[in-house]
Design a protein around this ligand. Structure first.
Ligand code: GAL
Length: 675
């Protein structure tokens, strides 16, 4: 298993490198990622390449048996390059240029930047072709969101021309007859940047909208799609250069829940997904379920295991520091990632830097280069993984339930969230948490995924829909799968127009319901709901439903539609479709999901009441062995009640009835033979 660190030899005197390499080796580190921000050192002048220092660093590391993941350095372009063409800097929605001084200061669509990128990547790939220490490549670093410069405008027009074929078709799909937005030619197309009716003030106090802009929804959605394609194209440019010289695996480090790019598409050209996980930094603390969900999504991006490319290993932040990870937490985070599908573990960063905006971003060693508690903990994990890697590499999460995340839908919801307090991300998170509290493992993935292995598929608020998607869902349910749909499903076409079909549009047959009307709940108004899950409260949205085949599972208990169905179930072929017509408070949502899981015969890895604060993940190793990973996210002892017999994979001890976990403790329990 790759067990490594992100290392910046260019930040330290050469005399130090050998000490670092030795300390790494002693901590069982076997891989380092290098060079992803070192463009100015690798090409100090236009066309003048210097790989000698990096060669020496690699030699020093490989003398200790450490292998290399090489990053292409394009996320941090040198000043000499940016001075050549100031129009390569990114431009924001308000037309303001984002200048030099940090990183990611470029536009993926700028032809000159693309050529310079191609050249440095080609030079690097050629120089390191067949290098015995290099194991993999990382493209750029954490691709980000959209830009609004002239190069984007030109590329967007070309992208639209390819997509729609004729300007009339585009006008029809976007509905540009509205407010005289008709375009006569591709050259008239605009970017969805600041426009006359846009204003932050229009959002209303406390609104949750993340975009203040009021552009045509078709234009907005297509721009997001375009930007993913443009980024994937820039990434492909780099992949093509590497592939001229190397067949090694190529990755890019994604950012978990980050949703500006469609990660399913971005990852199509990658061999392996990797991602960067900082659960506890100056900007916030992620709940264990949110981190678990991010891991599950990262696994779902390619429906394959992934690598951690940056796993937090110290207190971190830019202007201030987040909490110091407590004893045991680094190990807990490591095993949480492994349990959810990581099969490579690279920590950020080896040593806290003495300069730059990340001088507070601590890693394994402190500023003084001394390894203390965190170093010892990492070394301990390294030792354990030498024994356990066979359980994690190639292992599967044999989940029977999928939660569908759609970036297209997310973008549509973000531009027009139906109700000002609605958030697609928050609703998905609520469904995930409800399953997590019942210890039910989920695959978080896209609707392109083969649904046949699943018993239950949840696709909340899937408002953009195509005939193909509806047909896929119908086939899945007809064959015996069960589907969860919710309010605002099937309300739009794939290009973000409202459908003229009666809601829930293309899902009507499946759901066995039709909307009579709906009610967006505002300014603190709530509606009580009661049914199979007990009582709950809607606070954002209520569909008023007419049953056309479905049966009610819950009714509204207030407002003018009291007594009408809020949640329904419909038999369709061999399967069932649940339609959840309203949002619910967390407790009710959890009970509703509990009811659905029970109906579908889906049990958690351990019973929900087995232990509070402990996450249990059920896995199957590459050799077929079944095991449980128990993760105590609390800093208090925990006892987990178990059914069945297990063997502790580390101590070899037999475990029956219960497992005792220390604060932040982890246990990996192999199912004992014959159970
Ligand atoms: C990541 C990034 C790293 C480092 C780290 C700490 O997002 O990839 O290069 O900056 O955050 O801020």
């Amino acid at each position: 298993m790759k067990f490594g660190v992100d290392y910046y030899p260019e930040h330290w005197p050469e005399e130090r490198w050998a000490i670092d390499a030795r300390l790494m080796k002693e901590a069982r580190i076997n891989v380092v990622r290098l060079a992803e921000f070192a463009w100015a050192k690798l090409e100090p002048e236009d066309g003048v390449f210097d790989f000698a220092w990096l060669d020496r660093a690699i030699d020093t590391l490989s003398r200790e048996g450490i292998r290399i993941i090489l990053g292409t350095p394009t996320a941090a372009a040198p000043k000499w390059l940016m001075d050549k063409r100031p129009d390569m800097y990114p431009v924001d929605e308000h037309g303001l240029t984002k200048g030099f001084g940090t990183r990611r200061h470029y536009c993926v669509n700028h032809p000159v930047y693309r050529e310079y990128s191609r050249r440095i990547v080609r030079a690097m790939a050629e120089h390191y072709r067949d290098h015995p220490a290099v194991d993999a490549w990382q493209i750029d670093n954490e691709f980000g969101g959209a830009c609004y410069c002239q190069s984007d405008l030109e590329a967007f027009r070309e992208w639209l021309a390819l997509r729609y074929g004729s300007i009339d078709k585009l006008n029809e799909e976007w509905g540009t007859v509205f407010w005289s937005q008709t375009y006569r030619d591709w050259d008239e197309i605009i970017l969805p940047a600041y426009a006359a009716s846009d204003g932050f003030s229009q959002n209303g106090g406390g609104a949750r909208m993340t975009t203040p802009f009021n552009h045509n929804p078709g234009l907005q959605l297509d721009y997001q799609r375009f930007f993913t394609d443009a980024t994937a194209d820039y990434q492909r440019l780099q992949i093509d250069e590497i592939r001229r010289f190397s067949e090694l695996p190529i990755t890019h480090n994604l950012m978990g829940h980050f949703s500006e790019l469609d990660y399913y598409k971005l990852a199509e050209d990658l061999d392996v997904v990797s991602w960067d996980n900082y659960p506890n930094n100056m900007w916030g603390k992620s709940s264990p379920a949110s981190v678990a969900m991010a891991h599950d999504l990262m696994r779902g991006v390619k429906n394959r295991n992934f690598w951690m490319m940056e796993q937090q290993s110290g207190p971190c932040g830019w202007h201030a520091m987040g909490d110091t990870p407590e004893p045991g937490q680094l190990r807990l985070w490591t095993y949480q990632a492994l349990a959810h599908g990581a099969e490579g573990m690279v920590y950020f960063r080896w040593r806290a830097c003495l300069f730059g905006i990340e001088q507070y971003w601590h890693g394994i060693l402190d500023h003084d280069g001394i390894g203390r508690r965190r170093y010892r903990e990492i070394a301990g994990i390294g030792e354990e993984l030498e024994k356990l890697s066979g359980l994690f590499v190639g292992a599967a999460n044999p989940n029977r339930t999928a939660l569908i995340k759609s970036y297209d839908n997310e973008w549509s919801h973000r531009a027009q969230p139906h109700n000002l307090r609605f958030s697609y991300g928050a609703l998905l998170d609520q469904y995930y948490r409800a399953a997590a509290r019942r210890q039910v493992g989920l695959d978080v993935t896209g609707i392109h995924t083969d649904l046949s292995p699943y018993k239950l598929v949840m696709m909340p608020v899937f408002n953009l829909v195509t005939e193909e998607i509806a047909a896929k869902c119908e086939a899945f349910v007809a064959r015996g799968g069960s589907l969860v749909l919710t309010f605002r499903s099937g309300t739009r076409t794939w290009n973000n127009r409202m459908t003229e079909k009666t809601f829930p549009g293309l899902f009507r047959k499946l759901a066995g319901v039709e909307l009579e009307e709906f009610d967006s709940l505002n300014f603190g108004r709530t509606v009580p709901v009661a049914g199979v899950f007990g009582e709950g409260t809607a606070a954002q949205w209520c569909d008023v439903l007419k049953l056309t085949g479905a049966e009610p599972l819950a009714d509204y208990a207030g407002h003018y539609y009291a007594g009408t169905p809020a949640v329904t179930v419909n038999r369709f072929g061999q399967g069932r479709v649940y339609y959840v017509g309203c949002d619910l408070d967390d407790a009710a949502a959890e009970r509703l999901l509990g009811y659905i899981l029970e109906q579908e015969g889906i049990a958690g890895a351990i019973p929900p009441q087995a232990a509070a604060g402990v996450e249990a993940v059920s896995r199957r190793a590459a050799d077929g062995r079944r095991y449980l990973v128990l993760l105590n996210h609390a800093n208090t002892d925990a006892l987990v009640k178990l059914q069945g017999r297990y063997v502790d994979a580390l101590s070899g001890e037999a475990i029956c009835d219960q497992a005792a976990l220390s604060p932040y403790g982890v246990q990996i329990l192999l199912e004992a033979e014959g159970v």
